[in-house]
Design a protein around this ligand. Sequence first.
Ligand code: ATP
Ligand code: MG
Length: 230
Amino acid sequence: MPTVSARFDAMGCRPDGSLDTSHTYRLGIMGGTFDPVHVGHLAVAEQARDEFELDGVVFIPAGVPVFKKGKSVTPARDRLRMCELACAGNPRFDVSSIEIDRGGDTYTVDTLRQLHDFFPPNVELYFITGADAVLSIMSWHESADIPRLAKLIAVSRPGYTITDECKRVLRDHADFDVRFFEATALSVSSSLLRAMVARGRSIRYLVPNEVRDYIEERGLYLPNSERGFL
Ligand code: ATP
Ligand code: MG
């Protein structure tokens, strides 16, 4: 397996990049396709960081998202760059290309294993996921290994409720350590933004300005723009 290339500045490492062994670090992991990253992702990551006293949150854009197979997805380098632009202004946010660098289908469990092996034991991983995705965790590839690697933070999302039944299923299965969190809701999605750009509508204030400029410069999401099929 390739090594973890990110510096993880967001965790407040010492200047030489090492971690304080006497402190337990909590690292949030925000996985997604981020096609494009938007204010919903950023607000949820920030609120989860604040609520659960995370030292930092790392955005990890998926290389080949298995759930989006058969659909077209913007090249990984563009999705990564948009995450970098979006996170640049928050010292507690970081971006890692590990899923893109790894190649092949993207499985969250592989990412968590890689991070778990990379960090010393005093770093706890918190995988942040929206209410729409949390319902499917049970069906994720090798999901039984996840509880050993990370805790989950399930965040509310407009249009998706985390029902009591869902909470029960998550708590009963495979010893998942799940925390539920009602974030201040933003009803925005990448699909909606792609459709808006394609129709020539303004997405100002729905993505950071730098991301909007990048989309414009690269001509992303226009009817004829470059998108790979998975
Ligand atoms: P798409 O419409 O292409 O599926 P998306 O907006 O759902 O895009 P993803 O990259 O699929 O974005 O999502 C990454 C993670 O962020 C998922 O865990 C998802 O549930 C969460 N998420 C996305 N948008 C929001 C939002 N507005 N509020 C809360 N969570 C969100
Ligand atoms: Mg989605």
